[in-house]
Design a protein around this ligand. Structure first.
Ligand SMILES: *Cc1c(COP(=O)(O)O)cnc(C)c1O
Length: 380
């Protein structure tokens, strides 16, 4: 058996080779490398799939977060609430604009933003009175939508817009409503390892707000006005290449037709076999995950590190997502941020381990991983 991959993008390519090769050759042949027709087609298909009026593609997921905050005029003196247990870009975008990330704790079993911690953080920022609460960025971590029922209620009460960081979330659902439709603006990333990835960098924004969509389209092309050489505001250059859009079209089709179902099949198989041996990830009722990662929790750092080493010995790759809470990152010892009480975000980095997850796993591979985890945890 070929060595197991954590996320086997090569197997995906082989499965979709004919369509992807044709899409790439077609895009090169047309030689319309920026803003070619595939970009508009992808935006239409994504907007329809997610169920929002507008999709605006851009250079990457980090830019998408920045562009959304820029469109809202977020800057110095503003507080933006972000989970501390996520990929760095979620908070980086806030700090990049001179605003202050206020770190919020997460739920231990779903890894997503804790509504109670969010409510408390908003209350304390208001009470302290130095910063103006401006927005909340829940993350759909590891493919599962955040708790938008409760977060939505809190945001409504506090009149704060939601910027959904769906970088890992494409394909997730709550009650049939798709990820990337839960924010006033929502964003995703097409980084190759995400549930919907291209062959380089890429990202997109989603919104039902016509004005916001227009502003975003301007901001990602140098603040253009009526046409490209009419510059009415400061923007940036952040676009999705035609070639990447061409690659994403067949990949989106595969995501819809089989890959989401397969990711869920493997996640369920993991959970069936690992239940009672390790703590398996929770999927609340009415939630559907796109399983960007399948992440288990161990009892201690020693047990987690020991398991990772034991798996490696057997040729099984695993990853620690994420090894450090954001409020403890070096940069936030000097760049302004706020962190109140974050016990879960502080503990998770010691006990989490993500197992191989992608649509093209086999039953044998999943069973091999589960058997190795069970052997280690039973002390064999
Ligand atoms: C990947 C990721 C991003 C950034 O996306 P890029 O396309 O890599 O810039 C932002 N937030 C989260 C949660 C991510 O996982």
């Amino acid at each position: 058996m070929k060595t197991m991959q954590f996320n086997d993008l090569h197997r995906q390519y082989l499965a979709l080779k004919e369509e992807i090769d044709a899409a790439m050759a077609g895009a090169v042949d047309q030689a319309h490398f920026i803003s070619g027709p595939q970009v508009a087609r992808l935006e239409e298909e994504l907007a329809a799939y997610v169920g929002v009026r507008h999709c605006v593609t851009c250079g990457n997921g980090t830019d998408a977060l920045l562009l959304a905050l820029l469109a809202w005029g977020v800057g110095p003196g503003d507080a933006v609430f972000v989970p501390s247990f996520t990929f760095f870009a979620t908070a980086e975008a806030v700090s990049r604009l001179g605003a202050t990330p206020v770190f919020v704790d997460v739920e231990e079993d779903t890894f997503n933003m804790s509504p109670a911690s969010l409510e408390e953080a908003i209350r304390r920022v208001r009470q302290e009175g130095e910063l103006t609460p401006r927005a909340v960025i829940p993350v759909d971590l590891f493919g599962q939508p955040a708790d938008y029922f409760n977060i939505g209620r809190i945001c409504q009460k506090n009149e704060l817009p939601i910027l959904e960081d769906g970088a890992q979330g494409m394909g997730g659902e709550i009650l049939g409503k798709k990820a990337c439709s839960f924010g006033t603006v929502s964003v995703t990333s097409f980084f190759p390892a995400k549930p919907l990835g291209c062959y380089g960098d890429g990202g997109a924004l989603f919104t039902n707000d016509d004005d916001a969509a227009g502003l975003l389209r301007s901001l990602c092309v140098h603040g253009k006005g009526e046409y490209k050489y009419d510059n009415v505001r400061l923007g940036t250059n952040s676009r999705l290449d035609t070639l990447q859009a061409a690659i994403l079209l067949p990949k989106l089709k595969a995501l819809k037709e089989s890959e989401l179902m397969l990711r869920n099949r493997w996640a369920n198989r993991y959970t069936q076999q690992l239940k009672g041996i390790v703590k398996t990830p929770a999927v609340p009722q009415c939630f559907y995950s796109s399983w960007a990662q399948y992440t288990i929790r161990l009892e201690s750092k020693e047990q987690r590190d020991g398991l990772q080493a034991a798996l490696k010995q057997e040729g099984i790759p695993s990853m620690v997502y994420y090894p450090k809470a954001l409020h403890l990152q070096t940069v936030y010892q000097s760049v302004p941020c706020k962190a109140y009480d974050l016990p879960v975000s502080q503990r998770l980095p010691d006990i989490v381990l993500s197992l191989p997850m992608h649509p093209y796993l086999t039953e044998e591979e999943v069973d091999t991983v589960c058997a190795a985890v069970a052997r280690y945890c039973h002390g064999e």
